[in-house]
Write a protein that binds this ligand. Structure first.
Ligand SMILES: *Cc1c(COP(=O)(O)O)cnc(C)c1O
Length: 378
């Protein structure tokens, strides 16, 4: 960028840019629509959440969507609705955000960790069977970074061993596997609508999709005090309802999601092309999948120095995730050891997430590529 006086201005690249997105939605009249929701004073259990649920279920090609407060409680409720609880084990990746395993623990079940595969950094299906015990009830396949997991292979293993399959789709709204959207492969698929996710609310939000009518009923009761009707409660449930304003925001943003995911893919394609000859490893796309690039992870032995170099060039970056779940203090009681999951541990040491969001300009993408190049040539 050059000013009128010819002074070269630094290109800044934030890690995500939600303000640009907000401005666009504001111009489309979202603020007026929010004010209308507020003026009606119907804040929960109203038409906007219902309309969003219907639209999102259609989007995922599932029969039902049940909206909740956040993605973590979505995983917890998925466990409970499937009858998974104390004494049960659930297989989850060691390399994921803590919420995947937290949702399991919140249902009083035990997460059992499995390493990532070194090429794609997703739950390695070939390491699942070694971790199955008589207590194993389910596998949670996480579509990490917006890259679909090896879901068809995982589904095969689940079928063979009579295990339930749950998807953690919190990072992959709209991604496809062989032409089919994620969110419809598991018995239940859990989503987060945290603001920075590909589909994000103006606050916390979450949801679950399913094709099973009984599970739908169960999840609706679970999120709303175990209610059968206004005054009758079948069991002690939770208060995990989504509010009307978030319903409206998500319904509005859903119309943009495919376009915004396409824009993310374009940024990712440029990164892949321009960083191709540099000594950074970029996890491969899994054949037959159409990822949505929630994040753009690379690996580099001098990860921390690269992050500093990018920061000096006004580029924000992130680390997802430095400490794998089996080494988290929160799961110390499960007795895992350092060295047990070498791929997850190496990703923890070497991964750096480059900025990626739908409204990155070409200039910003080029600046990230040039700054990354200059790190290796300086
Ligand atoms: C964000 C996220 C969640 C949970 O989301 P919250 O809405 O923040 O509770 C679960 N799993 C993964 C992989 C996530 O990235």
């Amino acid at each position: 960028m050059t000013t009128l006086t010819g002074v070269k201005m630094a290109v800044r690249v934030p890690f995500v840019d939600l303000k640009f997105e907000y401005e666009l939605l504001r111009k489309e009249g979202l603020e007026d629509n929010i004010v209308q929701v507020l003026a009606k004073a119907h804040y929960i259990e109203g038409p906007n959440v219902a309309a969003f649920e219907k639209a999102f279920a259609e989007y995922c090609s599932t029969k039902y969507c049940i909206a909740v407060d956040n993605g973590t409680c979505a995983i917890q409720l998925a466990m409970i609705a499937l009858g998974i609880g104390a004494g049960d084990e659930v297989i989850v990746p060691a390399h994921t955000f803590i919420a995947t395993a937290a949702g399991v623990a919140m249902a009083n079940a035990t997460p059992v960790f499995v390493d990532a595969d070194p090429e794609h950094w997703q739950l390695d299906p070939e390491q699942i069977e070694a971790r199955i015990s008589p207590r194993t009830k389910a596998v949670i396949a996480v579509h990490l970074y917006g890259q679909p997991a090896k879901i068809e292979r995982i589904a095969e293993i689940c079928k063979k061993h009579g295990l339930l399959l749950i998807e953690d789709s919190a990072q992959a709204h709209g991604a496809h596997v062989n032409g089919r959207r994620i969110g419809s492969f598991g018995e239940i698929s859990c989503f987060s609508f945290y603001p920075a996710k590909n589909l994000g609310a103006f606050g916390d939000g979450g949801g679950m999709t399913t094709n099973n009518t009984d599970i739908d009923t169960q999840l609706r009761q679970l999120r709303n005090h175990g209610r059968i009707n206004k005054y009758e409660h079948g069991f002690v449930g939770y208060n995990y309802r989504m509010d009307e304003m978030q319903g409206l925001v998500l319904l509005t943003k859903l119309r943009h999601l495919d376009k915004w995911n396409e824009a993310r893919r374009k940024v990712a394609a440029t990164y892949r092309e321009k960083l191709n000859d540099l000594p950074v490893f970029i996890p491969q796309e899994i054949a037959g999948t159409d990822p949505v690039y929630h994040l753009f992870p690379v690996a580099c032995e001098r990860r921390d120095d690269l992050a500093i170099h990018l920061a000096e060039n006004h580029i924000d970056s992130g680390v997802h995730y430095p400490l794998p779940l089996h080494l988290q203090p929160a799961f110390k009681h499960l007795g895992y050891q350092q060295g047990e999951f070498p791929t997850s541990e190496r990703i923890g040491r070497e991964e750096l997430s480059l900025p990626i969001y739908p409204f990155m300009t070409e200039e910003q993408v080029d600046h990230v590529c040039e700054a990354t190049r200059s790190f290796f040539t300086k």
